[in-house]
Each structure stands twice: as structure tokens, then as C-alpha cells.
Ligand binder design. Structure first.
Ligand code: PBG
Length: 332
């Protein structure tokens, strides 16, 4: 679409910026609490929260506290939360068996939240990294991250999460073929209505650093994730990944990280027109919070500006650690 601009002074573009009322009338994008998915970290224990040094304002919560958080999120109008487990080194094994145990902390949290706050949608993470001795999203054999054996494990993990009551599964592992395998297992196990939000275009990013602290993966991880996560230099490949995941049965797709990859969000939305999400990841949150804490940026203002940019870039929603703070501001 070509912008129409009559010559000056017929067109004075400042006319439409002259007052709050006129600006409100002509505003193209809006943010509401229903745009957010709130990621929360759960850990063993009762009635406790632990702060995460690199993510000021974010805590790891025991399941009872996660239930309280879910209730608050629901009251604020946030439609979904996403659960990530904190696992200590002693819970990590080479076979990652805890990943598909009905009793792992993530599945316990899903059941407790489903029971207490049935109207909030619960999203999960599917990847082996919280349970893997070496911190990788897939099994490691002879120094290689193996694909097909990992997919079999991811399918078991997906079914365990669906059995616990998850509404939206989030495969974040970047193995090939996992969406199709998970979708057909969901169909045959009677979980036709469980949705898949695929981390389709997930880049090998250093912006995940604070998250790895939050889930206890920083010290576990050996090497990097470059053989499965995407090269930040690539754009076309993101579209191929999204096309592939949609063909295999993904209902929604994600671009991750968010702010440095807004061009990819726009291309995905324009190319496919499907429900498109961005993950404003831990490092994006950390850098804004750090600058705000130093008084270098206005924290509330940059939070809202960073979030509306995702809507402008075509996203239908945003996974963000700012979800409750932003929802409170939006609700006045
Ligand atoms: C793990 C996973 C990661 C994030 C979400 N799921 C980290 C990684 O791939 O190493 C990052 C989220 C964030 O940084 O906020 N599969």
C-alpha cells in the first residue's frame, strides 16, 4: 500500500498529533492485558519465593505461590501463564526421565493451577534442558545433540503435560519433526483440543542468559545451542520453519527473542496470517530493568513502548515477564 500524501499545506501530518483526543482517535495499535502470556518459574517447597539476581522483580515460586500468581494474573485479565521448572543439579540425569514424570514440579503446578484457577490457560515448555545433566534441549550422544531419539522423549513429555491439564504446549527445543510427532500423539491419546504454540523461529541468542540462571541451567550447560537454534543472521529460514510447523499441526507460532527480531515477526504475520507471538525474553527484560534501576530510563514508559512495538510488528500476543506490571498500568 502506497501512502497518500497531498502536497503541503493540504497535508499537515501534525494535525493528527495535536491533542491527546485526536491522537487517541487515530491510534493504530492498542495493548490490552489479553495480549499477554506471563512466564513463571516454579520450584519445590511450600510458601516460598526466591529472587533471581539477573531478573529484578521476578521470582521462583513454590506451587502454592504459583497458584496465587495465577489467580492474580486472571484477575488482571491476563489470559495465560507459561510454566517453567527450576531443577537442581541433583535432579538432572542423562536419560532425562523426570521430563515425562507426572510428578515433576511443572506437572504438579499445572494440576494445582487448573484446579484453583480453571479459567486461565496454562502453557508449558517442551524441551529436555531443565532435566538434562548437560543442560541441552536434546539428548547428547558422542558430543552430538541427536534429533529423533529426542523427539520420542518430547512426545512423552507433551502427553504428560496434556494429562496434567495443560491447554497450550510450547515446544522450545528446535528439533526437526517434533510438531508432527506431538500432534499425532495428542490425536491418538484423546487430546484433540490441546493447542501447540511452536517456538518455530527460535534463535541461538545470548539474551537467554538470565533465564538460564532462573531455571538453574547456566552451570549445567556445556557448549552452545548453535546446532539446533537459529543463526541470528538468518531471515528466510524463519519462514521455512514456520511453514513447516504449520504443516505439521502447530496452531500458533512464535518468534524468539522479541525486540531484536521484530522484522521476523512482521514477515511471519504478513506471509502466513496465523496467530503469531513473540517472546520478550529474559535478557530484554533484564536490560530494561537494569537501566530503569539506574535511573537511565523511565521503567514504566520503556516497558509500555517495548510492548506496543510487538503489536505494531503484527504480533497477536507477547510472552513477557512484564505481564502483571503492564496489566496493572493498563487497568489503571
Ligand atoms: C529452554 C528455553 C529457553 C528459554 C525458554 N525455553 C532457554 C534456552 O533455549 O536456552 C528462554 C526464555 C528467556 O530467556 O526468557 N528450552
Amino acid at each position: 500500500m502506497k501512502p497518500t500524501v497531498a502536497p503541503f499545506p493540504a497535508t499537515r501530518l501534525r494535525r493528527m498529533r495535536q491533542s491527546p483526543a485526536v491522537r487517541a482517535l487515530s491510534r493504530q495499535n492498542v495493548l490490552t492485558p489479553s495480549d499477554f502470556i506471563w512466564p513463571i518459574f516454579v520450584m519445590e517447597g511450600t510458601d516460598t519465593e526466591e529472587s533471581i539476581a539477573s531478573m529484578p522483580g521476578v521470582t521462583r515460586k513454590t506451587v502454592d505461590r504459583a497458584v496465587i500468581a495465577a489467580r492474580e494474573a486472571h484477575a488482571l485479565g491476563i489470559p495465560a501463564i507459561c510454566i517453567f521448572p527450576y531443577t537442581g543439579m541433583e535432579q538432572r540425569t542423562e536419560d532425562c526421565a523426570l521430563a515425562w514424570s507426572a510428578e515433576n514440579i511443572s506437572n504438579c503446578a499445572i494440576r494445582a493451577i487448573k484446579d484453583a484457577v480453571p479459567d486461565i490457560a496454562i502453557m508449558t515448555d517442551i524441551a529436555l534442558d531443565p532435566y538434562n545433566i548437560n543442560g541441552h534441549d536434546g539428548f547428547v550422544e558422542n558430543g552430538q545433540i541427536v534429533n529423533d531419539r529426542t523427539v520420542e522423549a518430547l512426545v512423552k513429555m507433551a502427553i504428560a503435560q496434556a494429562q496434567a491439564g495443560a491447554d497450550i504446549l510450547g515446544p522450545s527445543d528446535m528439533m526437526d519433526g517434533r510438531i508432527g510427532a506431538i500432534r499425532s500423539a495428542l490425536e491418538s491419546e484423546g487430546f484433540q483440543n490441546v493447542a501447540i504454540l511452536s517456538y518455530s523461529a527460535k534463535y541461538a541468542s545470548s539474551f537467554y542468559g538470565p533465564f538460564r540462571d532462573a531455571v538453574g541451567a547456566s552451570s549445567a550447560l556445556t557448549g552452545d545451542k548453535n546446532t539446533y537454534q537459529m543463526d541470528p543472521a538468518n531471515g528466510n529460514e524463519a519462514l521455512r520453519l514456520v511453514a513447516r510447523d504449520l504443516m505439521e499441526g502447530a496452531d500458533m507460532v512464535m518468534v524468539k527473542p522479541g525486540m531484536p527480531y521484530l522484522d521476523i515477526c512482521r514477515q511471519v504475520k504478513d506471509t502466513f496470517g496465523v496467530p503469531t507471538y513473540a517472546y520478550q525474553v529474559s535478557g530484554e527484560y533484564a536490560m530494561l530493568q537494569a537501566a530503569a534501576a539506574n535511573g537511565w530510563l523511565d521503567g514504566d514508559q520503556v516497558m509500555m513502548e517495548s510492548l506496543i512495538c510487538f503489536k505494531r510488528a503484527g504480533c497477536d500476543g507477547i510472552l513477557t515477564y512484564f505481564a502483571p506490571a503492564a496489566a496493572k498500568l493498563l487497568n489503571g
